[in-house]
Design a binder for this molecule. Structure first.
Ligand SMILES: [Mg+2]
Length: 258
């Protein structure tokens, strides 16, 4: 891949940016990305794990090997799992970062807090342990959709999640954690900086980093990397919009330079 713009990389969010929400990439978009890769270095950075990213970005072959060789860089779980030219270059997770002792302290405290919480109903799975974070739900993740909707309404009035987050934030401030309330029934707990900017540590060789994402507003999962002073941020509304903006920025430029 010689002759590509040196020192420049273009990064893409996956869901809503390269694919329609929760859908697979279209053949047309896949072809576009391959054409773009002839001109610029290309990376993808998704919040999901590599299996899910492969399902969304893979061709007919949905194995993980396909996607890691389709792009120069693939960052799964915001970059906690990082690939360059098809090779694994980094792997980090919540458990090894915190260590078992601190993790246990955090989980024990959280479970005690939920046990003492007087809310109308509780179900099961109050803490879901994921590789890059804990997902905490006061009602429990395996409630029904109806129970979810009820909890969301109840939480808007009683601020169950935001009160819980402020207690945890104070109690565990020495651990430098981020608490992020999202969706209807839960919040995420992860180390500071473990958003999409995490992947930037692997891109020291690129003075110019472009990022394209759909959730670039405050509270969205593309916000931090979009706002980062290391990137030039671009907001898109769909995969078609992504392709259009890229043509304008990188393909037209190439044609003009030639
Ligand atoms: Mg997105």
């Amino acid at each position: 891949m010689t002759g590509r713009m040196p020192g420049l990389i273009v990064l893409f969010d996956v869901d809503g940016t390269l694919t329609a929400p929760r859908k697979a990439i279209t053949p047309k978009m896949l072809q576009f990305m391959q054409d773009l890769r002839k001109v610029v270095t290309v990376g993808v950075v998704g919040g999901s794990d590599l299996v899910k990213i492969s399902e969304q970005l893979g061709k007919s072959d949905t194995s993980c090997c396909a996607v890691i060789s389709d792009y120069d860089y693939v960052f799964a779980e915001n970059g906690l799992v990082a690939y360059k030219n098809g090779e694994l270059i980094g792997k980090q997770n919540f458990k090894s970062f915190l260590g078992e002792e601190k993790l246990k302290e955090l989980i024990n405290f959280t479970l005690h807090y939920i046990a003492d919480l007087d809310i109308p109903i509780k179900r099961g799975t109050f803490i879901e342990f994921r590789s890059g974070m804990l997902n905490v739900s006061p009602i429990g993740r395996n409630c029904s959709q109806e129970e979810r909707d009820e909890f969301e309404k109840y939480d808007k009035v009683h601020n169950i999640r935001s009160k819980m987050v402020s207690v945890l934030r104070e109690k565990f401030k020495h651990l430098n954690l981020t608490f992020s309330i999202g969706g209807q029934i839960s919040f995420d707990v992860f180390p500071q900086g473990w958003d999409k900017t995490y992947c930037l540590r692997y891109l020291e060789d690129f003075p110019e980093i472009h990022f394209f994402g759909d959730k670039t507003y405050k509270g969205g999962n593309d916000y931090e990397i979009y706002e980062s002073e290391r990137t030039v941020g671009h907001t898109v509304t769909s995969p078609d919009d992504t392709a259009e903006q890229c043509k304008l920025h990188f393909l037209a430029k190439q044609a003009g330079d030639a």
